[in-house]
Design a protein around this ligand. Sequence first.
Ligand code: NAD
Length: 349
Amino acid sequence: METLLVTGGAGFIGANFVLQAVADGLRVVNLDKLTYAGNLDTLASLEGSDRHVFVQGDIGDRALVAQLLAEHRPQAIVNFAAESHVDRSIDGPAAFVETNVVGTLGLLECTRDYWRGLEGDARDGFRFLHVSTDEVYGSLGAEGKFTETTPYAPNSPYSASKAASDHLVRAFHHTYGLPTLTTNCSNNYGPYQFPEKLIPLVIQKALAGEPLPVYGDGLNVRDWLYVGDHCSAIRRVLEGGRVGETYNVGGNAERENLTVVKTICALLDARRPLADGRPRESLITFVKDRPGHDRRYAIDAGKLQRELGWSPTQTFESGMAHTVDWYLTHQPWVQRVLDGSYRMERLGS
Ligand code: NAD
């Protein structure tokens, strides 16, 4: 049975990935620091599974990482662990450098030393996959899309720290020969996303009939990808990607933020109308723009399609409908995040 070391596997994308991998018969050692973004509730269905080992810890803790590698002998590492919220990076960039840059460096050094000790097929087949973002490429005008050769031009402390980690991964391949892969993906949405991010935040506020905050004029454009499709892309790259390469991952679903919010309003109005019959679009409230807010991201995922035959299974419309339905049927999960009780068990209170 193949063993993966997954970092950040209690966060939004990492947990979706872990659930999928374990369901597919892989064994996962899940290293997560359990910051505010880590949520063991999401992994509750894996309790008692002999294919999932959870370890609370920091990717920058070299002794711990070395011990986990020696003990579990993984065939691959998938690095999701990161500070991931742009607004938080504006308020406090240091934590982003600490985990995304210094932490990734520690993980890379331990991985290199472990990989050097492998022999034969184990060494040839080993992979380190680093999960990154399209935000490293900066902002686009009205035309064009990011490709794997677009120069890096990060604009937020978050994207700058992710860009630095991507460069370290690249350098570890070129300098030490470490068999790395990097994926740069557009905005994800779907089940288990922390309700500080646009889509779950708007769903919760719209359900409650509260004002729906939209930055600036609402016309910033993002490409949206359903999280399950991101996870399948990562698996595809892990299995067939060319060592040392980067692969862009996208949903071919560019939407203005305002359109995203209006889509949620329409889906909720159809499923659970407000008691006073008001259309939820009337709750939209424009708020002061985020400093340095990138105008447009769009991603060309053609390389992944051509080389590895991957394309998303969900359209924006089907993925959003599925996501809204998931939040409607998983309110206890959301409420435990909102009232903080999702953190209590692990604090022993
Ligand atoms: P998230 O914030 O939901 O989860 C991050 C996880 O990492 C949490 O469980 C947290 O506890 C853990 N973590 C943080 N610091 C750690 C450390 N020092 N050691 C170990 N664990 C630590 O993030 P996400 O949205 O799931 O994103 C996962 C990865 O995908 C990130 O690297 C992010 O940059 C990248 N990404 C995210 C998106 C998106 O739209 N969310 C898009 C493209 C790429």
